[in-house]
Design a protein around this ligand. Structure first.
Ligand SMILES: [Zn+2]
Length: 544
């Protein structure tokens, strides 16, 4: 259980009992208990499907799916009978949140987006639904992306991206880069209008309908318009364009150019050290991962989800008046070491401690917005590129400029993908290769290769089109949250024992109880601003 201060305990007592004297409607409370069981059965089935365990509390998958179906029916039934009129504001919010998740995340027939039933080959069929096409294209990342052929061996996409930072001979880097070709072809064919990806885009736009795309909801999360999001992304990329030196680089060399720190630290970042480094670092931040009971599944194996993620097994709740803590699990495929992958695991643990810190009634036991979720996970993770962190946890540090360039090279790619998705979801008939080439040559000084779909190296682009904004724009929020944390709490680059309890009290424990835009404004004491990230970018400018 997270270490909580007295203030947090008081807030909890209030929110768990329906807050400040308000009592929950019995109908809402009843629906909420069923909803909690539904969410837990979903978490257990996804965990079984991930391969982490095969039974839970003595029940196998078939039994858990039976629980899921039953709870899903009961929850839908109960919720549909509750009228919002006469409910307290908090109950009304609980009702809205539960109905939304029932619609979007707990389908009548269980379906786990990290383990879709489709195969990559299915993406070639012309008449697929959006969900099936997304599932088929995600499967391409498992089947092809996790099986890149290089020098007679099979490497995963994640390992290949790490190797591109480390391989010293350019011809080998080029060969490894082109090993992605089967994946690119499966996703975007020859870039024709009927390619699977280009067929997916209009489906995503029409499904977004009235409530908007991921980009609109990211914009709402930080209280700006989608137009403003696009102009912030352009402003950030333009700042980078001006300081990065201006030398054109081939795409297979981009990662190597940003990889100096990774190379300098490769001897002290073996994969076997990842978990213990994370444990030491988070303990120094006031979050004991072992005590929190975070479950790890980090070995690469065939058929494993192609991207790292963190998810609930079961969510914390009151059982007979006692808090039963949340259980979370982290899935990743670490076949190789390296600073970039270590950073990824620190990021996943950032998700884990966020989820563990949420401590509210069942309806609100989830992270409140994807943008905030991704941005927060990078608050602790960006420290892996700080010399003070490297000295303390790796025993040696890369030159500061190299580390900063390493971090920002990858952040800028995220910003570029975010801008790519903003633009392509605006004009879904546009040519994705041309659009990507335009963005990366103009802002990142990457040599034009419109003949290849090399943008398709991130699974999120096909699994949840629009999601990359949560990383690209998320970096704005990460930089802002980090700056505010330093101002309030002092440095935390190499640990700070107050960090977890303070962050828990002020930012994390609310879950979905509070609107994220309001929460962020309350935390920062002002609206979110891109200035902190722009300041970080200026750190790599040559000193005048
Ligand atoms: Zn994440």
């Amino acid at each position: 259980m997270p270490k909580t201060t007295c203030l947090l305990a008081v807030v909890l007592a209030l929110s768990l009992s329906g807050r400040a004297g308000q009592t929950s409607s019995p109908a809402v409370t009843e629906a909420e208990a069923i909803y909690a069981d539904l969410a837990d059965s979903y978490g257990v089935i996804s965990t079984i499907d991930s391969g982490l365990f095969s039974t839970y509390q003595g029940k196998d998958r078939v039994a858990w799916e039976r629980v899921y179906n039953q709870k899903r029916k009961q929850a839908a039934d109960k919720l549909s009978k509750i009228s919002v009129s006469g409910l307290s504001a908090l109950d009304a919010r609980a009702l809205e949140v539960m109905n939304r998740h029932l619609r979007n995340d707990f389908p009548e027939q269980f379906r786990d987006e990290n383990a879709p039933p489709e195969h990559c080959q299915d993406a070639q069929r012309q008449n697929l639904s959006m969900t099936s096409l997304e599932g088929a294209l995600s499967a391409c990342f498992t089947e092809l992306g996790n099986n890149l052929e290089f020098e007679g061996k099979h490497v995963t996409r994640v390992s290949a991206l790490g190797m591109l930072e480390e391989i010293s001979e350019e011809p080998r880097r080029k060969k490894l880069f082109y090993a992605f070709t089967p994946l690119w072809d499966a996703v975007n064919g020859k870039d024709g209008a009927a390619s699977p990806y280009r067929r997916l885009l209009p489906l995503v736009v029409s499904a977004a309908g009235g409530h908007g795309t991921s980009i609109d909801s990211a914009a709402r999360t930080i209280g700006v318009s989608s137009r403003e999001v696009e102009s912030w992304l352009e402003q950030i990329l333009d700042a980078w364009r001006q300081v990065d030196g201006g030398e054109m680089v081939e795409p297979w060399n981009y990662f190597y150019r940003g990889g100096e720190a990774t190379r300098a630290l490769s001897a002290v970042t073996p994969k076997d050290s990842f978990v213990s480094v994370n444990q030491r670092y988070y303990r120094d931040l006031g979050a004991d991962l072992q005590q929190l009971g975070v479950l790890y599944d980090l070995e690469a194996r065939p058929g494993k989800a192609p991207l790292a993620y963190t998810d609930y097994v079961t969510r914390g709740r009151l059982v007979d008046g006692k808090w039963r803590p949340t259980v979370v699990r982290i899935s990743g495929s670490y076949a190789t070491g390296g600073l970039g992958l270590l950073n990824e695991l620190v990021h996943e643990n950032g998700h884990a401690v966020h989820m563990m810190a949420i401590h509210v009634r069942p309806a609100f036991m989830d992270v409140s917005a994807a943008l905030f979720d991704e941005a927060f996970a990078d608050v602790p993770a960006w420290n892996t590129y700080e010399p003070a962190w490297q000295r303390k946890y790796l025993g040696q540090a890369a030159p500061e400029a190299a580390s900063l360039r390493g971090l920002l090279s990858s952040v800028m790619l995220d910003v570029a993908w975010a801008l790519f998705e903003c633009r392509i979801l605006h004009t879904p008939t546009a040519d994705p290769n041309a659009m990507w080439t335009d963005i990366t040559s103009r802002y990142l000084h990457i040599v034009q290769h419109p003949e290849i779909s090399w943008w398709a190296i991130r699974g999120q682009l096909v699994q949840m089109p629009g999601y990359m904004v949560n990383y690209g724009l998320g970096s704005v929020l990460t930089a802002d949250l980090r700056q505010h944390t330093r101002e309030e709490l002092g440095p935390f680059e190499a640990g700070n024992p107050q960090w977890y309890s303070w962050t828990g009290d002020h930012l994390l424990h609310f879950g979905e109880e509070m609107d994220t835009a309001a929460l962020l404004k309350q935390f920062l004491g002002r609206p979110v601003s891109p200035q902190a990230l722009l300041d970080q970018i200026q750190r790599i400018a040559p000193r005048k």
